[in-house]
Design a protein around this ligand. Structure first.
Ligand SMILES: Nc1nc2c(c(=O)[nH]1)N[C@H]1C(S)=C(S)[C@@H](COP(=O)(O)O)O[C@H]1N2
Ligand SMILES: [Mo]
Length: 326
């Protein structure tokens, strides 16, 4: 990480795993012959058998997928934004082993009939996975084309019976400075939070993602559960989700909290609304050919309104001034 800020006072002591517990876990893992950071914690002797993330199994293909050339898997899983694992694009992959994802649970809270703590298995079991090839457009003006595997977020949310007061959905990433060491630095307020309006969350394009390229998500891509909202800038696609809340008021979002002039709540991909420091009219497609420095000089393509999904989603915003609500 380029920014090594010493001020960690923003982290409450109750949120930090006590160091001795951490060190003991390290010894224990070493004694068990397991490298720290291996995702096999559920197999430790003496620990109860736990349902790990079920393998992807049969994944049906979604017929509406884009047929554009896909970003090579190698590039999509080594050029990442996941500030909890470091702020350089290569950091999340380097630090990925720190994020132990087994066991994992998701808390469902707020305005709904079935709040509670659900195991990852509970969350995933009733849903069958579909592969959808969506573009991911980062606000930094690069884009990728990725075969995601998962299911519509709306199918999951309906199971918890949202009430009439549920106007928005808020999502939270795991808060654990040991497993997500970037949280030891106050580059953002932790945990990372994101939000959608209820109709955006229920839209059939909005996807709860568990895999990519036919495999389970690697940690740097947001294992075991992340959002993908294809018509919004990539930062709405929150990774490693542990909490989903149904709320009445528009929730905070991490990037809006950190730089409200630059990142609004809606964050719809919009070539006509510039980021205050650079244009959003064009994008550089990461296609395996353009890498590192050469990518900076690669030819740019026009960015499409709503990232190319205008036919499907423009109607959600017909009453909204998209310059004011960026
Ligand atoms: N928890 C969390 N989620 C996150 C981020 C992050 O820093 N932390 N970065 C976001 C940003 S800015 C982008 S562009 C996408 C990148 O997803 P990818 O690394 O899978 O391409 O993840 C988003 N989700
Ligand atoms: Mo991004």
């Amino acid at each position: 990480m380029p920014i090594l800020l010493k001020n960690v006072q923003t982290i409450r002591s109750s949120e930090i795993t006590p160091e001795d517990v951490f060190l003991r876990r390290r010894e224990f893992l070493a004694a068990a012959g397991l490298a720290l950071g291996a995702t096999t914690a559920g197999m430790l002797p003496g620990s109860p058998a736990r349902a790990a993330v079920p393998p992807l199994g049969a994944v049906s293909k979604w017929p509406e997928s884009t047929i554009e050339t896909q970003t090579p898997e190698e590039q999509a899983t080594s050029y990442n934004n996941f500030y909890e694992l470091g702020t350089d694009k290569g950091d999340p992959k380097k630090n990925a082993a720190r994020l132990i994802t087994d066991p994992w649970s998701v808390e469902i809270a707020g305005e709904c009939g079935k709040p509670g703590k659900y195991t990852l298995e509970d969350i995933l079991k009733p849903h069958s996975n579909e592969e959808r090839v969506y573009r991911l457009r980062c606000v930094e003006a690069w884009s990728m084309v990725i075969p995601w595997a998962g299911f519509p977020l709306g199918d999951l949310l309906k199971r918890f019976e949202p009430t009439g007061n549920a106007k928005y959905v808020q999502f939270e990433t795991l808060l654990d400075p040991e497993r997500l060491p970037g949280q030891q630095y106050p580059v953002l307020q932790w945990p990372y939070v994101e939000g959608l309006r209820m109709d955006e969350a229920m839209h059939p394009l909005t996807m709860m993602v568990v895999g990519m390229y036919g495999k389970l998500l690697p940690n740097q891509s947001g294992a075991p559960l992340r959002l993908v909202v294809p018509w919004k800038y990539g930062f709405k696609s929150i990774k490693s989700i542990v909490k989903i809340s149904f709320v009445e008021k528009q929730p905070d979002t991490s990037w809006n909290l950190s730089a409200p002039r630059e990142y609004g709540f809606y964050s719809n991909v919009n070539p006509n609304v510039s980021h205050p420091r650079w244009s959003q009219a064009k994008e550089r497609r990461l296609d395996g050919e353009s890498k590192g420095l050469s990518a900076l000089f690669a030819e740019k393509r026009d960015t499409l309104m709503f990232n190319g999904y205008a036919d499907e989603v423009a109607g959600l915003y017909s009453d909204l001034d998209l310059k004011a609500n960026f």
